[in-house]
Design a protein around this ligand. Structure first.
Ligand code: XLS
Ligand code: CA
Ligand code: CA
Length: 445
């Protein structure tokens, strides 16, 4: 065996389910992949994905300091051959990790898996080379691709946006990058293609033509959808809303904002949403609000379950660790039918002091266990109709004749007024029962 082919996570064996009483830190206590709730296994429901970028590419920096995480594939010498060798080393470590963790899916940006070249053609060739290796690793391990995406924000060419850039050459470069990554995603059997707005936003109106930038972005999204159909990619195209960071104002602020944008450009039946918990927080929403808004508009595609921090002001991308919070999100997702092409991606970073490779396992094991506990609690609430029956009763009037006539358009404003007067309507307020419902939820946690 050559040194390069040695396992990276040498001391770790396959992570197994050992039950709630286990004290083994390298075991699942709740995520029993084959356990069934609501007719499917936890594995089939949750569809966990590990993200390539934070888990294998992030060096541990924060706004005040640089690298803390030392990995053999980071800080590669600058020769092209060495960069490619590092990318291959990283790929092997990544698949070793997915396999040992038992994660069924992964997600990547182009620049996470392959080094950028000096030109688009070189970058495309690098990506294709690594994609071939990834294809072999996927066949070997059975790990699948939840989604691919193009990084249209790190390179300085994108400092003023990609599709919204004032320079059409940059729009063309971004189009070329997305074309290549979508084709690679298709080739790898990816289930979704994600577009996060990166730097599609602005810092100051003093140098920005907002109408023009929105039109550019609408054109870009239409081109992406056209190409999807052209190549026969059957997966879903997803947009990931985020209100700010890195730009002060992002054009894809939240679910409602993205839906309005899609409708303006005639794309609402072509694109769904990838909703991140942390971005909901940054937008001033609860995660479950964003999920419910998407579900109510048939726009729920996939989720990034990483959370923010109540005290820190930047996008901290932490692993989920609160069962009550996650259970409410799970309730909304599975009450609305769960995932189709989507799944639960950990777009999450370990903390920069968690410098041991083992820490990557602790983070993902904890996150998967929290999600499993949340889903098990939510499934029980759904099956018992614990909240549902109260909500149904609250709206029961709408199933009666008056409610149906209003919704069907059978009554005008005048007819409603006449109805209220003629029947001498004196409706009484009814309790919303919030505390009682909160107590019911707590019984399940
Ligand atoms: C950044 C985003 C990013 C997307 C993929 O805040 O969360 O990681 O998920 O480009
Ligand atoms: Ca994020
Ligand atoms: Ca994300």
């Amino acid at each position: 065996m050559t040194a390069a082919a040695e396992p990276f996570f040498k001391s770790i064996d396959k992570i197994r389910y050992e039950g709630p009483d286990s004290t083994n830190p390298f075991a699942f206590r709740y995520y029993d992949a084959k356990h069934k709730v609501m007719g499917k296994t936890l594995e089939e429901h949750l569809r966990f994905a590990v993200c390539y970028w934070h888990t294998f590419c992030w060096p541990g920096g924060d706004p005040f300091g640089g690298q803390t995480l030392m990995r053999p594939w980071l800080n590669a010498p600058s020769s092209v051959a060495d960069e490619m060798a590092s990318a291959e080393l990283k790929l092997r470590a990544a698949f070793e990790f997915f396999e040992k963790l038992g994660a069924p899916f992964f997600c990547f940006h182009d620049v996470d898996i392959a080094p950028e070249g000096r030109t688009l053609a070189e970058s495309n060739a690098n990506l294709l080379h690594i994609a071939e290796k990834a294809e072999a690793e996927m066949a070997r391990t059975g790990v699948k691709l939840l989604w691919g995406t193009a990084n249209l924000f790190s390179n300085s060419r994108y400092m003023s946006g990609a599709a919204t850039n004032p320079d059409p050459d940059i729009f063309a470069y971004a189009a070329g990058q997305v074309k290549q990554v979508m084709e690679v995603t298709h080739r790898l059997g990816g289930l979704n293609y994600v577009l996060w707005g990166g730097r599609e936003g602005y810092e100051t109106l003093l140098n920005t033509d907002m109408r023009r930038e929105m039109d550019q972005l609408g054109r870009f999204m239409n081109l992406v959808v056209e190409h999807k159909h052209k190549i026969g990619f059957k997966g879903a195209i997803l947009i990931e809303p985020k209100p700010h960071e890195p730009t002060k104002h992002q054009y894809d602020y939240d679910c409602a904002n993205v839906l309005a944008f899609l409708r303006k450009f005639g794309l609402e039946s072509e694109i769904k949403l990838n909703i991140e918990a942390n971005h909901a927080t940054l937008a001033g929403h609860a995660f479950e609000h964003e999920l419910a808004y998407a579900a109510a508009n048939d726009m729920l595609g996939s989720i990034d379950i990483n959370r923010g921090d109540p005290q820190l002001g930047w996008d901290t991308d932490q692993f989920p660790n609160s069962v009550p919070e996650v259970a409410l999100a799970m309730y909304v997702i599975y009450r609305n039918g769960g995932f189709n092409t989507g799944g639960i991606n950990f777009d999450a970073k370990i903390r920069r002091q968690s410098i041991e490779p083992d820490d990557l396992f602790h983070a993902h094991i904890g996150g998967m266990d929290v999600c499993a506990r949340g889903l098990i609690a939510a499934a029980k609430m759904i099956e018992d109709r614990a909240l549902e029956s109260v909500v149904e009763d609250r709206y029961s009037g709408w199933s009666g004749k008056l409610g149906q006539d209003i919704l069907s358009g059978a009554m005008s404003l005048e007819q409603l007024s006449d109805h209220a007067v003629a029947n001498n309507l004196t409706p009484l307020p009814r309790s919303g029962r919030q505390e009682m419902l909160e107590n019911i939820v707590n019984r399940y946690l």
